[in-house]
Ligand binder design. Structure first.
Ligand code: G3H
Ligand code: 13P
Ligand code: ZN
Length: 308
């Protein structure tokens, strides 16, 4: 089928109380693993590309690959710009067939974030493209100086209500304690679920959880057994992710866990079969492991079985 509207996919998830995976892709194997895993679990899926992915693979290559993937797929596939910052790239995505874009102006003061977001909503509306924006800051463990400072980076529910009302965005990404990458927590992982519930109650639209990778211990173990080194890596515990979904998250952004899967599979082949130099024998297993991780994710998110 053709690409499916992100809004349609997420409104259904919002109504029925589950979340859909938004998986970051940078090349063909990652994309195919994501699509195969979603087909195998009958789950709708959002393919996310960042400005970095566009710089790496090329805009036209990525769009063409995702279009083909969607046409061949038996499940709904949406194409989303993740963390859009450059207005030129955002415009190109809106005009070039993306079904949704994220404007990430969360680093700016509230009023400036609101203004920049509003401009993107106005740009996207005529094309029927939906818009996600972020309010609050996702801080990495290295940036967290104190508990108080961390608190100040989390989304204020009252501000969230005003932000959604005045911008007219379709999906909101609040900060509730996650961060990007493999090192999310120094101590005990803790998401602010009460804050999330209050935000959901006030805004009543699909919410997005960034930095949602769980960094599965089995993947870390494999990574270390094949010579990788990511000591102290820690993700969002699956139970807390489930709770976040039950409290209003409908889009779960996942990149790190796919990167881990890809790297584990490549390391395994290179270590166990030093005679191999056919790229298909190196990248094929990476695609397969991504598929397995995506299947696990879709079951955890509740999107499995929701393709129709
Ligand atoms: O937040 C999204 C990604 O994890 C960062 O991806 O390296 O393509 O910008 P990037
Ligand atoms: P992770 O780094 O936890 O996978 O988060 C990805 C993300 O938020 C993409 O927007
Ligand atoms: Zn993100």
């Amino acid at each position: 089928m053709a690409l499916t509207s992100t809004k349609e996919i997420l409104e259904k998830a919002h109504r029925e109380g589950y979340a859909v995976g938004a998986f970051n892709v940078n090349n063909m194997e990652i994309l195919q693993g994501v699509i195969e895993g979603s087909q195998e679990t009958s789950a709708p899926v959002i393919v996310a590309v960042t400005e970095g992915a566009i710089r790496y693979a090329g805009f036209d290559y990525l769009v063409a690959m995702v279009r083909v993937a969607a046409e061949e797929a038996s499940v709904p596939v949406a194409l989303h710009l993740d963390h859009g910052r450059d207005p030129g790239v955002i415009r190109r995505c809106i005009e070039g067939g993306f079904t949704s874009v994220m404007i990430d102006a969360s680093h700016l003061p509230f009023e400036e974030n609101l203004k920049a977001t509003k401009e993107v909503v106005e740009m996207a509306r005529p094309f029927g493209v939906s818009v996600e924006a972020e309010l609050g800051r996702l801080k990495g463990v290295e940036d967290l100086l104190s508990v108080k400072e961390r608190e100040a980076t989390l989304t204020d529910p009252e501000e969230a209500e005003r932000f959604v009302r005045e911008t007219g965005i379709d999906f909101l990404a609040p900060a509730i304690g996650t961060s990007h990458g493999a090192f999310k927590f120094k101590g005990k992982p803790k998401l602010d679920i009460d804050r999330l519930r209050e935000i959901k109650g006030r805004v009543g639209i699909p919410l997005v959880l960034h930095g949602a990778s769980t960094v599965p211990p089995w993947l870390l173990e494999l990574l270390h057994s094949y010579g990788g080194k990511l000591d102290e890596a820690k993700g969002v515990p699956p139970d807390q992710l489930r709770e976040a979904i039950a409290s209003g998250v409908n889009k779960v952004n996942t990149d790190t866990d796919l990167r881990l899967a890809f790297t584990v599979a490549v390391r395994k082949v290179l270590q166990e079969s030093p005679e191999v130099f056919d790229p298909r024998k190196i990248l094929g297993p990476a695609r397969d492991l991504i598929k397995r991780v995506v299947m696990e994710k879709n079951r955890l998110f509740g999107s499995a079985g929701k393709a129709s």
